[in-house]
Design a protein around this ligand. Structure first.
Ligand code: PMP
Length: 967
């Protein structure tokens, strides 16, 4: 170690404050903006944020940083960016330079650089919560290592204090700064770790490393991408130091060897570690802890105002303390298992039971086909499936990490423990059970624990024949499986880290999953664990955003990932069932076997362009005619969606009347295709809706008797009068409209019933002037209103054209237009109609199946009876919760309007949003609707039971109790 290098560690950060940082940014980069200082041990970092345009991160280097080093760091940045690792770009100054000279307040000369400013958060504390994040970090470190392997640079051989090859001398030279009582311990540990490394030194590969991949230096941007920042500690070193540094950081933050193991596993997936490197990790973690501890204190002695260094002292000491709590040799065994190797070099595990390596995998996960048709709800389903599997196999295995659908609680408010932290081997009773490796035996009831070099596995479910506290050799018989039912035995095999307290072998959806008390025994048994559902959930969120982009509407800020439905339940991949109170698309319930079977069968037979002749088309259209509200509506055209149905309805009206204009009501939503969007004015869906209407769309007020321009039950005439005046004006301007379009029950407002006689009067007025009437029944039709199949029937009118979708296919793409023959015939004047997949065989079969189920299961009647009960229970809440306003709607299309003030009707928008998110915690799916987003839209599958209605109302009651404190 040279004098200059020692001296360098003892220098203060450059004397640059926010004001001068801001001046530098303006002078050299032309960016004018306020500067905010970000922490750094030895440099100065400032975020410069201008009022407009992109900001930058200004880094004023420590005065000893040489131009060679700056060029080295630039080379790393470029190298990583070329390898598609995200790291901020170095910005050129106005003179085109990547580094500029500056003089600090003390007259010291130094250099500065500017970097692209990121919009995101570093992964510090709150974010590093689980194994999935730890693994992501490990992967990033691994990818960085792989990318940097090919980088050579003359300045890479740097003597910096963080470079772990010289860690012992750093600790020795700075030990005096450490509080006296810690010195001996620190020094002894560093020396012993260094001695361990010495025996491996020559076999550890060298390369350029970033040297400081920690949660502080990794930023997650808003698109969920991880960015690596700060090349200041890069140098030539052992490549394993890259992961040792990260391992130390994860350990210090989480105190969990399980999470450290995940980080190392992530690294190994991207940059395979040699056995020597794996062995070196723990001593290097100890050395990193020691260097952090001494340098933190020394930095504070030199630069007492460095609050960043001060705040980190505890974290740094924690890394060190935690690293000493485990023996290197034992950690090495754990890490070998974490990366999928046996816990000793060269060790091969003996099978615990004969036939283990040919075991049938028993898929008990959320998407398991074994559990379709609601089989997962049957009692003892695991046992029946295992028994079935044992007919053809000696062993059936249920895997570690699986979210078991079989264990999901049907009581949505009380999630069960569903995630397996064990491997289960199903075998016949009396099967010999053997030790997978040699070790010390401990017996506890009918369980046996086997320990070797810090690796502990526990096997439950056998009659034990070996002695307690004995030693066993690999392959020795420990006992025989006992019977849990006639002909079936079950071994539960779990693992924990030595000295850790064993956790429950099943974890709940919100439990910390990865703990030292429940480690994965899969490697020992030779099985692959299932993929981590938390990592999958995060990846899924990103994947969807990436594929679709920002304009895609999605429920929930942090949505659960649903991969199965059953009746009124939606089941997520974390092991929880939710009561779906919002899904009018799934009218007959999720995964209805009748629908699934018929569509499946049809897909085997034929699915093709709807212009061919096949029976399913007429079967479906005839069935629709059976539910037609009036004999005059005698013609059906199947399409693919609500939007397409509305577009077609508008087109039909225009062709049939030879007119263009459409009268639509304000605050309505009719779809996203051009014509449907033109008549949609809901400001929630399109904030500019009112000012961007095409000139053929004419608007009238929404007939909302509760909060509209006219109020009360008698207001229908006044609203209708407005429409009359509009029609009169349009006539006088020579542009009488083709049609009037409206939802017969105002679905978008949350099921508000228009006032009596409104539709009747409007329809009469429109027809009197030669126009047609279109009812958008996409949301409210098809039986859900209970006492009528159609919203128009409920309102006592017969429209000329009805548009239907959503329920019609139970989320299969089925829509339709129901109208009069002569209206459809008029379309022939403009050419023929076809929609390639609209009414294609599988869609038509889906449409028929839905209508059959609605009729045969009496779902309209159910909607009426359960809906009436539900409405009365919700209304009952109003006496205790002043937020609850009117409950709109009918049957199972209800809207609970939440208001802050019963006089002014001030909408409780924030409270409604809060309640929706909060209900998710209680296992209820609920969303807001209406222009003001203050109405809870209650439109569950029409199969809802009284019991489920109670679950919802009770949960809502609880949410309402908490709402004031929550918003
Ligand atoms: N009309 C109404 C009343 C709707 O609510 C919707 C969809 N929410 C549509 C039409 C459009 O249906 P789709 O999303 O199937 O195109």
């Amino acid at each position: 170690m040279t004098d200059t290098s020692t001296q360098r560690w003892r220098l203060k950060r450059p004397a640059v404050d926010a004001t001068s940082a801001s001046e530098i940014a303006q002078r050299h980069y032309g960016v004018l903006g306020a500067a905010t200082e970000l922490g750094s041990q030895q440099d100065r970092n400032f975020r410069i944020t201008p009022d407009r345009g992109a900001g930058l991160l200004l880094k004023i280097n420590h005065p000893t940083v040489t131009s060679d080093e700056v060029s080295f760091q630039a080379a790393i940045t470029d190298h990583l960016r070329n390898a598609r690792i995200h790291t901020p770009e170095i910005l050129a100054s106005t003179n085109g330079a990547r580094s500029i000279d500056v003089t600090d307040a003390d007259g010291q000369h130094t250099t500065a650089r500017a970097f692209q400013l990121l919009d995101g958060q570093s992964l510090i504390d709150g974010h590093l919560v689980d194994g999935a994040v730890a693994e992501e970090l490990g992967r990033l470190a691994g990818r960085t290592t792989s990318a940097l392997a090919s980088l050579e640079h003359p300045a890479s051989e740097r003597r910096i204090q963080w470079e772990l090859r010289s860690s012992l001398s750093v600790v020795e030279s700075l030990i005096e700064y450490l509080p006296a009582e810690r010195r001996a311990r620190c020094l002894a540990a560093a020396r012993s770790a260094s001695a361990e490394i010495d025996s491996l030194r020559d076999r550890l590969p060298l390369q350029v490393v970033h040297g400081d991949i920690t949660a502080d230096n990794v930023i997650r941007d808003n698109a969920n991408t991880l960015w690596l920042v700060d090349m200041g500690d890069a140098s030539q070193s052992w490549r394993v130091t890259e992961i040792a540094v990260l391992a130390a950081d994860v350990l210090g933050r989480t105190e969990s060897l399980a999470l450290v193991s995940r980080a190392i596993r992530g690294f190994d997936c991207e940059a395979s570690l040699t056995d020597d490197e794996l062995r070196a990790i723990w001593p290097l973690v100890i050395l990193r802890g020691a260097v952090l501890a001494v340098s933190g204190w020394s930095q504070l002695a030199i630069d007492p105002e460095n609050t960043y260094a001060r705040e980190r002292l505890d974290h740094e000491w924690n890394v060190f303390e935690k690293s000493l709590a485990s023996l290197s040799a034992e950690v090495y065994s754990q890490l070998r298992l974490a990366v999928g190797r046996s816990h000793h070099e060269g060790l091969e595990y003996s099978p615990v039971v004969e036939g283990q390596n040919r075991a049938t995998i028993l898929d008990l996960g959320v998407t398991s086909p074994l559990l379709d048709r609601g089989h997962w709800t049957e009692p003892d389903i695991e046992l029946s499936l295992a028994r079935e599997a044992l007919r053809s196999a000696a062993v059936a295995v249920a895997r570690y990490g699986e979210t078991r659908l079989t264990r999901i609680s049907l009581d949505v408010t009380r999630p069960a423990k569903t995630r397996a932290r064990l491997v289960e081997l199903w075998v016949r009773p009396g099967t010999p059970v053997r030790a997978p490796y040699s070790g010390a035996v401990r017996v506890e009831g009918d369980a046996i624990e086997l320990t070797d070099s810090g690796v502990v596995i526990r096997i439950d479910g056998l009659v034990i024949i070996v002695d307690e506290f004995s030693r066993t050799t690999a392959g020795e018989v420990l006992g025989y499986t006992s019977a849990i039912a006639p002909g079936v035995g079950r071994l539960s095999i779990s693992r924990r880290l030595v000295d850790a307290v064993a956790d429950s072998v099943f974890a709940g959806p919100t439990d910390e999953y990865e703990t030292d008390g429940a480690a994965d025994p899969s490697v020992i048994l030779g099985f692959d664990p299932v993929a981590d559902p938390i990592a999958q959930l995060r990846a899924e969120r990103t994947r969807r955003d990436k594929a679709i982009g920002g304009a895609n509407e999605r429920y929930y800020a942090e949505p659960p990932q649903f991969e199965r439905g059953w009746g009124t339940l939606l089941i997520d991949t974390q092991g929880r069932a939710y009561l779906d109170m919002v899904n009018n698309v799934a009218a007959i319930g999720h995964s209805h076997p009748r629908l699934a079977d018929r569509v499946h069968r049809q897909l085997h037979l034929l699915n093709t362009n709807s212009r061919f002749l096949y029976a399913a088309y007429a079967d479906f259209t005839e069935k629709v005619l059976e539910v037609s509200p009036d004999p005059s509506l005698d013609t059906v055209i199947p399409v693919n969606s609500g939007s397409e149905a509305i577009d077609l309805a508008i087109r039909l009206a225009q062709v049939a009347t030879g007119r263009k204009g459409i009268v639509a009501v304000r605050e309505g939503y009719h779809g996203w295709t051009m014509a449907a969007d033109s008549v949609s004015t809901s400001a929630f869906d399109n904030p500019d809706a009112l000012v961007s209407r095409p000139d053929w769309v004419h608007l009238t007020d929404t007939p909302n008797p509760y909060r509209g321009r006219y109020r009360g039950a008698e207001s229908g005439h006044s609203y209708a009068q407005d429409v009359r005046s509009l029609l009169e004006r349009l006539d006088s301007e020579g542009q009488p409209p083709a049609a009037f379009i409206c939802e017969p029950v105002l679905g978008n407002a949350g099921g508000v019933l228009p006032p009596d006689r409104y539709l009747a009067e409007v329809y009469e007025a429109v027809r009197a002037r030669g126009g047609l009437t279109i009812a958008d029944e996409v949301q409210v039709g098809y039986g859900r209103l209970g006492n009528a199949f159609w919203g128009s029937t409920l309102q006592g009118v017969v429209p000329d054209i009805i548009a239907v979708a959503k329920a019609a296919g139970n989320a299969f793409p089925v829509g339709l237009v129901l109208t009069r023959r002569e209206i459809v015939d008029s379309l022939a004047r403009e050419g023929m109609f076809f929609s390639s997949a609209g009414g294609a065989p599988a869609s038509a079969v889906a449409g028929s199946a839905v209508l059959d189920v609605i009729r045969e299961e009496g779902l309209q009647k159910n909607a009426e009876i359960v809906g009436r009960y539900l409405k009365s229970r919700i209304e009952g809440l109003a006496s205790r919760h002043s937020l609850v306003g009117p409950v709109h709607g009918s049957g199972l299309y209800l809207g609970i309007e939440l208001i802050r003030n019963h006089e002014t009707l001030e909408p409780a928008t924030a409270e409604t949003r809060w309640i929706c998110e909060h209900l998710l915690e209680f296992g209820i799916i609920m969303q807001a609707t209406s222009e003001r987003q203050n109405v809870l839209k209650v439109k569950p599958p029409m199969t809802l039971t009284h019991g489920e209605a109670d679950v919802f109302v009770n949960a809502l009651d609880r949410a309402l109790c908490n709402v004031t404190s929550g918003t």
